[in-house]
Design a protein around this ligand. Structure first.
Ligand SMILES: [Zn+2]
Length: 107
């Protein structure tokens, strides 16, 4: 698990599924929850759920906005995540800052 030096929260465990663009703009006052898109991704091995993750992006970096993806094999991974995974490269963020952004505008 990588540690991330958050300017607000100190050393935290990096949340890896935030795109580079989102991570860079997470604490910008111009970024709000309406700019963020969450995709819930479930990975199955046969019938068994092996991982469930939330992927976060800026809406403007996606051409489609699916909210839920199921990955059952390498082909799914290639077809459904092929365009998404590269966006995490160089990304990852503080989970507390991400959470703060996600709840900030909910009222
Ligand atoms: Zn933080």
């Amino acid at each position: 698990m990588s540690l991330y030096p958050c300017p607000v929260h100190g050393e935290v465990a990096l949340y890896p599924y935030a795109s580079k663009q989102l991570s860079e703009q997470l604490n910008s006052p111009e970024t709000s929850i309406v700019d963020v898109h969450e995709i819930k991704v479930e990975f199955f091995d046969g019938d068994e759920l092996i991982q469930r993750s939330s992927f976060f992006f800026l809406k403007r970096e996606l051409s489609e906005l699916p909210t839920y993806l199921v990955i059952r094999n390498e082909q799914d991974e290639k077809d459904l995540l092929g365009n998404l995974l590269p966006k995490f490269k160089g990304g990852g963020c503080c989970p507390k800052c991400l959470n703060r952004l996600l709840v900030k505008d909910r009222a």
